[in-house]
Design a protein around this ligand. Structure first.
Ligand code: ATR
Length: 271
């Protein structure tokens, strides 16, 4: 029988997850479909029981539901619990299990450029939802974290949460120069989503620093262009998108995802 999956969010029109998963179903001959549903915040509870009633096997969760869905689930994986947000739900024997593949997806996307994570310095710009999943994953890899945010109190809060989990993190205000010692620099703020200019340059950054901007709508954001011009290895958010999807696939199907096929679907249809 055809198995059903979906992504829920609001807005949802631009989600690339259906493309990626459907391409995977076709390539592996799985009898499955992946839908995209806009769910308004006040309809979340109804949507979750609807998906369950309709026999969906699993779904992805995106903004603004990643935290709000938790009360409607039966169980969380360790990763989802630590991050406090869910991007993947699996239905197993009628129980809803919440998982989070964003942070590990991020790690997988940069792994080939970072020989050793443990003991190295990571600087994270931003302290929102995306920063949380990434910092938790980097902490689990043993990196020392510096979190910089426009509102420093939010960075403080995140650093405290990381320390409470046994990691090492300091916090501060988003200002130029703080990344000079970084082995890894990750831009997670929504600055640049609409093509705004960054309020600072990466002057003085070491060309050894791996630089990531998690925006994936643009191949090269102004931030990445600046880093590349200074000799740094750069990544946009496409790799994170791909790998969080592949990890969701593995969580649902219990087998390795057809990564190349999924990557190709994103390359052909990048928006
Ligand atoms: P997400 O889940 O995508 O991370 P979010 O939780 O709304 O979204 O967080 C957005 C991040 O972008 C925050 O770190 C925010 O900084 P504040 O906590 O100070 O709001 C950051 N951000 C948004 N607009 C910004 C701007 N114009 N300059 C600097 N940082 C900005």
């Amino acid at each position: 029988m055809e198995k059903h999956f979906a992504v829920i969010g609001d807005p949802i029109g631009h989600s690339l997850s259906p493309l990626m998963h459907e391409a995977g179903f076709r390539a592996t001959g799985l009898d499955a479909r992946y839908y995209r549903f806009r769910v308004e915040p006040e309809k979340l509870a109804e949507a979750v029981s609807g998906l369950k009633a309709l026999g969906f096997r699993g779904w992805n969760v995106t903004v603004p539901h990643k935290e709000n869905i938790i009360p409607f689930l039966d169980e969380l994986t360790d990763e989802a619990g630590k991050i406090g947000a869910v991007n993947t739900v699996k239905v197993e024997n009628g129980r809803l299990i919440g998982h989070n593949t964003d942070g590990t997806g991020f790690i997988r996307s940069i792994e080939k450029d970072i020989a050793e994570f443990s003991g190295k310095q990571a600087v994270i710009l931003g302290a929102g939802g995306a920063a949380k999943s990434i910092t938790v994953a980097l902490m689990r890899k043993g990196m020392q974290l510096t979190i910089l945010n426009r509102s420093p109190e939010r960075a403080e809060e995140l650093a405290k949460a990381i320390e409470a989990m046994g990691g090492e993190a300091s916090a501060g205000e988003l200002k130029p120069g703080a990344w000079l010692m970084a082995d890894l620099l990750v831009q997670t703020t929504s600055l640049g989503l609409k093509g705004e200019n960054y309020p600072f340059s990466l002057e003085g950054i070491s060309p050894q620093t791996v630089v990531v901007d998690i925006v994936f709508r643009e191949q090269v954001t102004p931030f990445l262009a600046d880093a590349a011009a200074r000799g740094c290895q750069v990544h946009n958010g496409m790799g994170m998108l791909l790998h969080q999807g592949a990890l969701a696939w593995e969580f649902w199907w219990g087998e390795e995802a057809p990564l190349e096929v999924m990557a190709e679907a994103l390359r052909v249809n990048p928006r």
